[in-house]
Structure formats: structure tokens, C-alpha cells
Design a protein around this ligand. Structure first.
Ligand code: ASP
Length: 383
């Protein structure tokens, strides 16, 4: 094992063994010829170095954090049944645990965010993967993206129709192609060639989302916002689940690396070919070890116009804002000022995180080094 400039999670026994080997092979013969005071200083120096590294590893390990969301919108206690609340809580908890299993063993934030998002994509409660909303034409066109904060590498797919887990297709674009974003039939074809699980488009069908499309079609022709506002209370009274459910995850791992991922079916009744913010790097997703990792949910057109996620990162990097203030400024002020709504989850390189939203609620949760999942839906969760 070699220790370079950066801390690696190592097994203590292995580290001891390696120090012992280096000591025996390289350092010991030289120490033998040193005078006692010099010898003592060298040994102390080595001991302090090893202890320091172990402490730093422990500190970083204690800062691991995974934050997830399952969409923002009109999520209010009065509209929720105990059964539904329990189902959302269980799904969000499963997603947190999937990511935590990776992070707690010293795994990568990139793997953790992908694992968490895959769980939510497989759950029909959320508007991503199975359970995705329908386009105006009655199809499911899915978008997803992922970003590695350590390398600034990123991948995205837009409008895929046969990939079971679009977030993994985004990751494949990042790791197995020279591109950042693939769309439509090409993205589907690429995912298949990358060995990802392919399903019939009917896999994504859920009766509930289908009925929502029929209702939204009727409502949207009457609504002033074209049915797109997440705070549009009139349609939400009738079909409260129609406007949210995008999923996302952000994480900091024990090596101090950040990552973010987002996956969505987009917006109910969207035009064919419409691409929202979720697969757009810098809008719906962004991660940089210099600043933070972000995943957004909300009315995508506004997030694209505000370059939402990258703006928060830039405010931190160039304007010296802290994470919470930067995220609040964008979500609570700039977004509504333009007429948009939604929320975001964000974590910085020190493990601070925030989950602002300007809608009634946002499905969300976090898990830290202690392994206790915390879930929130309404405006009542402590960060
Ligand atoms: N942002 C997503 C989109 O516009 C939708 C959502 O987050 O609910 O496609």
C-alpha cells in the first residue's frame, strides 16, 4: 500500500503492516547508523505522521453523508394517508441504506449516489424509472445524470425509453464514452451495448400516472401556468401527486469526494422530446470537490435558465457564500422571482448539507456516519 497526497481508507492492520515493512526495509537500516537523539526524532516523526494520517481518516469517515430527495411539490400532512406516508418513508429509508452500505465501508460517493437513485427508480411511488410520468403522447421519456466531484467528469441521458435504470446509463456515458450527454434512440442503444438492463417501454407504465395524465391534460388546458407550476394549488387539489417525484442523491465519502445524481420522468403532459433540468449538468445536477454536490427538483425550465446547481457552486467558489445561504438565495429568492418553484439537496466538502424548497413539501432524507436515516416530507425536519 502506498500513501500518496490524499487520504485513503485503509485497514488499520494493513497500514501497520505496511509501516512495519517500510520501517524494516528502508528506514531501519538507516536509523541503525544514526546517533541516539537523531534516531529518537526520526522515530517520533514517523509516529506522529502515522497517527496524523489515521486521525484524518477517522475525521473524514465521521463526515460521510448521503442526502436524497424524491421530488418537491404540494406535499402536505392533510393530504397524506398513514399508509402512503409509511410507504414513502420505507422507500426513502431503503435508498438511504443502500448508499450508506457503500459509504460506511469506505466506498465511493459516486457508487453511493447511483445505488440510492436506483432504489428510488425501481419504486413506483417516484417519478423516475418505474412510475415515471407520461408525455402528452402517452409515453415515458426518462432523463438522468451523474457527476463526480473529484474529476468533474459527468454523464447524462435524455429521453430514454427502454433503460430500466437511467442513472446507470448516465454513469455509463460518463465512464464508457467520450461524451457527456446522449439522447433518445442513441442513448437507448448505447445503454444496451454497455450491458445495462433493457425493458419493454410498458415496464414504466403505472395506472396512477396514466390517470394523472388524463386529468392533467384536461386541467392544463384551463390552467394559467399550462399546468406546470408546482405550487398550482387548483390541479393539485384534484390530483396531488401529479407534479413531483423526481429523485436525486448527493454524497460525501470518507476520502472527501463529492458526487451527485438525479433521475426523472420529467413533467406530466410534457411535449415529446422535452428535456428538463435533470440531465443538464450545471442545472439539475452538479458536483465539484472545490465546493459542493447538488441535485435539484422542480420546474425544470426555470432551473435551466438559472443554471441552478452551478450557480450555487459558483457563489461558493467565487463569491465566498456558504452552502446554505447560496442554496437559499437561489431556491427561496431567485427561483420564485422568475416564476419557478421546487427545491434542491446539497452537501459541501465539509459534510454540511441543506435541503431548501419553496413548495409545500419535498420528499427527502439524510444519513450520516451514525447510520440513522432521517426522513422528511413537510416543513418540519432538522438538518
Ligand atoms: N425537474 C424535473 C423536470 O423538469 C421535474 C421535477 O423535478 O419534478 O423535468
Amino acid at each position: 500500500m502506498q500513501i500518496r497526497g490524499q487520504y485513503k481508507i485503509v485497514n488499520f492492520a494493513k497500514l501497520k503492516q505496511s509501516v512495519y515493512c517500510n520501517y524494516n526495509l528502508i528506514i531501519l537500516p538507516q536509523i541503525e547508523y544514526m546517533k541516539f537523539p537523531v534516531k529518537l526524532s526520526v522515530i517520533c516523526f514517523i509516529a506522529i505522521g502515522v497517527t496524523g494520517r489515521l486521525q484524518s481518516q477517522q475525521q473524514l469517515k465521521s463526515k460521510i453523508v448521503l442526502v436524497i430527495h424524491g421530488g418537491a411539490g404540494i406535499i402536505e400532512k392533510e393530504r397524506m394517508t398513514p399508509q402512503k406516508e409509511a410507504a414513502y418513508t420505507a422507500a426513502l429509508t431503503d435508498a438511504l441504506k443502500a448508499g450508506y452500505n457503500i459509504l460506511s465501508k469506505g466506498g465511493r460517493s459516486l457508487d453511493a449516489v447511483e445505488a440510492a437513485v436506483r432504489v428510488l427508480e425501481d419504486c413506483p411511488l417516484f417519478n423516475a424509472g418505474k412510475g415515471a410520468v407520461f408525455t402528452h403522447e402517452g409515453k415515458n421519456e426518462l432523463d438522468a445524470s451523474i457527476m463526480n466531484g473529484k474529476t468533474l467528469s459527468a454523464g447524462a441521458v435524455a429521453g430514454v425509453t427502454i433503460v430500466k435504470n437511467p442513472v446507470s446509463a448516465a454513469r455509463a456515458v460518463m465512464e464508457k464514452s467520450n461524451h457527456v450527454m446522449l439522447s433518445g434512440a442513441g442513448a437507448d442503444k448505447f445503454a444496451a451495448s454497455a450491458g445495462l438492463e433493457i425493458v419493454d417501454p410498458s415496464y414504466f407504465f403505472t395506472e396512477e400516472r396514466w390517470q394523472l395524465l388524463q386529468q392533467v391534460k384536461k386541467e392544463d388546458s384551463l390552467s394559467k401556468s399550462g399546468g406546470h407550476s408546482y405550487n398550482d394549488t387548483r390541479p393539485a387539489n384534484i390530483y396531488p401527486d401529479s407534479k413531483f417525484g423526481t429523485v436525486g442523491a448527493v454524497a460525501l465519502d470518507a476520502e472527501g469526494n463529492l458526487a451527485a445524481a438525479t433521475s426523472t420522468g420529467g413533467m406530466t403532459n410534457k411535449m415529446f422530446g422535452r428535456i428538463g433540468d435533470s440531465p443538464v449538468i450545471g442545472a439539475g445536477t452538479y458536483a465539484s470537490n472545490a465546493t459542493c454536490a447538488i441535485s435539484c427538483t422542480g420546474w425544470g425550465e426555470f432551473y435551466i435558465r438559472l443554471v441552478m446547481a452551478k450557480s450555487v457552486s459558483d457563489m461558493m467558489e467565487y463569491g465566498k457564500w456558504d452552502l446554505k445561504n447560496a442554496a437559499d438565495e437561489m431556491i427561496m429568492k431567485r427561483l420564485p422571482a422568475l416564476g419557478g418553484d421546487g427545491g434542491m439537496i446539497a452537501v459541501d466538502r465539509n459534510g454540511n448539507f441543506t435541503m431548501p424548497f419553496n413548495t409545500a413539501g419535498m420528499y427527502r432524507g439524510f444519513i450520516k456516519a451514525d447510520g440513522k436515516p432521517v426522513i422528511g416530507m413537510y416543513k418540519d425536519i432538522k438538518e
